[in-house]
Design a protein around this ligand. Structure first.
Ligand code: NAD
Length: 482
């Protein structure tokens, strides 16, 4: 029997969205001098939410100069424990304004409020709390005594976890004593601009955090600015490559967090019901717009029918629709361009001979939507088994032995994450040692914790964010006289 839910929408009255936003430079909102403003829309309704400034090269230059002044001035002279206090203050304000941030994130990104409220915003606050504690303990970061900050960090983030990616970037950079210029993605700038207000509320010294909005050209101007000491990028492998080329031969340091095509591996001794929940969380969380999504399911052949039957049943219960409804499991696709890419790759899947399946699912009339989708019968080398779709699409493959599971899991240009479902601890360790992935989850998936380093192998990029390792990306060894 289908189960009818009454709608339970979260009120958007808590958020005050302005008609237009400037850039956040030197502690103040200011008009852009040389870009063309653009609109940010709600992907679930296509409603225009606000007009946002585009930062051109001279605006980026102003922001970098403000960050440099703050670095050589007040922030550089502050005692480390005092830096920590600012981070604690930001963390507390993020918690206090959590509902506002969650509603704004769901409006601008399209993700279900259940996720922005329960995952994105609390995890963002947790990053600020965690790195606040490190600010006066950098001698223990693993770089010897008195490690030094790098200077001004240029940080570029994607649209899938706008506030969370901001916190992954800004919290360790500030704790280590750097100042930052951050560019949010062009489709999701609003929580970064609200975060700018939070910096004002926390009395953060002007110029320590600067936010420049815009698209790829703004990002490029930031990467190529001669006074940026460190580039921290999260986004696609293609843009990551362009950035690596742009800074090659310069003294700039870089961390690149790029795409993924993770294997979620289910052995025949796994608790199947839990594994099915993990498979669903692995690929349908955040509409599959997750770099570490478990987008390739590897099922041991003798439990294939059982797993697929349970999975299809479970997918039939997922609720797709209004991101602000607290019952919603699957929200909107972030943009028309991303929807077109998901459609295109799914069509390729069919044309390559794989079988496509989705539960009965009514899609809303306006906005960008894609139903949860499974592909079975795909070849190892097919595009849907190799390329990142970045949407709610799961490619199901099978294996017989652990060796075969490892070989198939590693058969991808990426290496960001993997999941292993089995009752045997020894098998988890055996697999974890052989999987070429930065993170291996055991009997769970998509768990994020500020204390745990995250990052990739191969085309998933280099450098680690999170944990002590995440600090090393913003520090250099202390030299004589440091
Ligand atoms: P994208 O690479 O198109 O854009 C990412 C950011 O880079 C945006 O802010 C964009 O404006 C900017 N940008 C674009 N061109 C640029 C250029 N030439 N120079 C500098 N900046 C430029 O990626 P996207 O579509 O926004 O995000 C999806 C991708 O991000 C996926 O591939 C996903 O796997 C990846 N991602 C990785 C992680 C991770 O931690 N490894 C986390 C989240 C997302």
């Amino acid at each position: 029997m289908p189960f009818d839910y009454a709608p339970a929408p979260e009120s958007r009255a808590i958020v005050d969205i302005k008609a237009s936003y400037g850039l956040f430079i030197g502690g103040e909102f200011t008009d852009a001098t040389d870009g063309t403003p653009f609109k940010t829309i709600s992907p679930s309704s296509e409603e225009v939410l606000a007009e946002v400034s585009e930062a051109g090269p001279s605006d980026v230059d102003r922001a970098v100069k403000a960050a440099r002044r703050a670095y050589t001035g007040v922030w550089g002279r502050l005692a480390p424990a005092e830096r920590g206090k600012y981070l604690y203050r930001i963390a507390r304000i993020v918690q206090e304004r959590a509902r506002e941030l969650a509603v704004l994130e769901s409006l601008d990104n399209g993700k279900p409020i259940r996720e922005s409220r329960d995952v994105d915003v609390p995890t963002a606050a947790a990053h600020f709390f965690y790195y606040a504690g490190w600010a006066d303990k950098l001698d223990y970061a693993g770089l010897g005594p008195a490690p030094r900050p790098l200077g001004v960090a240029g940080q570029i983030i994607p649209w899938n976890f706008p506030l969370l990616m901001l916190s992954w970037k800004i919290a360790p950079a500030l704790a280590a004593g750097n100042t930052v210029v951050l560019k949010p993605a062009e489709t999701t700038p609003l929580t970064a601009l609200l975060f700018a207000e939070i910096c004002q509320q926390a009395d953060l010294p002007p110029g320590v955090v600067n936010i420049v909005t815009g698209a790829g050209e703004t990002g490029r101007a930031l990467v190529e600015h001669p006074d940026v000491d460190k580039v921290a990028f999260t986004g696609s492998t293609e843009v990551g490559r362009a950035i690596a080329r742009a800074i090659a031969g310069t003294p700039k340091k870089a961390t690149l967090e790029l795409g993924g095509k993770a294997a979620n591996i289910v052995f025949d001794d796994a608790p199947i019901d839990q594994a099915v929940e993990g498979i669903v969380n692995g690929i349908f969380f955040n509409q599959g717009h997750v770099c570490c999504a478990g987008s390739r399911l590897l099922v041991q052949e003798n439990v294939y029918d059982e797993v697929l039957d349970s999975l299809r049943r479970r997918l039939g219960t997922l609720r797709l629709g209004d991101p602000l409804d607290k019952n919603t499991d699957i929200g909107a696709i972030n943009s028309a361009a991303q929807l077109a890419r998901i459609r295109e790759l799914s069509d390729v899947g069919e044309s390559e001979g794989a079988q496509r399946w989705s539960p009965p699912c009514e899609l809303p009339e306006h906005g960008f939507w894609f139903p949860p989708t499974l592909f079975t019968g795909a070849g190892q080398s097919s595009r849907i088994a190799q390329e990142e779709i970045f949407g709610p699409v799961l490619t199901v493959l099978t294996f017989r032995t652990p060796e075969e599971a490892v070989a198939k899991a590693n058969n991808t240009p990426y290496g960001l994450s993997a999941g292993v479902w089995t009752e045997k601890g020894s098998r988890i360790l055996w697999m974890a040692g052989r999987l070429r992935a930065g993170v291996v989850w055991a009997n769970t998936f998509n768990r994020f914790d500020p204390t745990s380093p995250f990052g990739g192998y191969k085309e998933s990029g280099f450098g680690r964010e999170g944990g002590r390792q995440g600090l090393a990306a913003y520090l250099t060894r202390g030299g004589p006289g440091a």
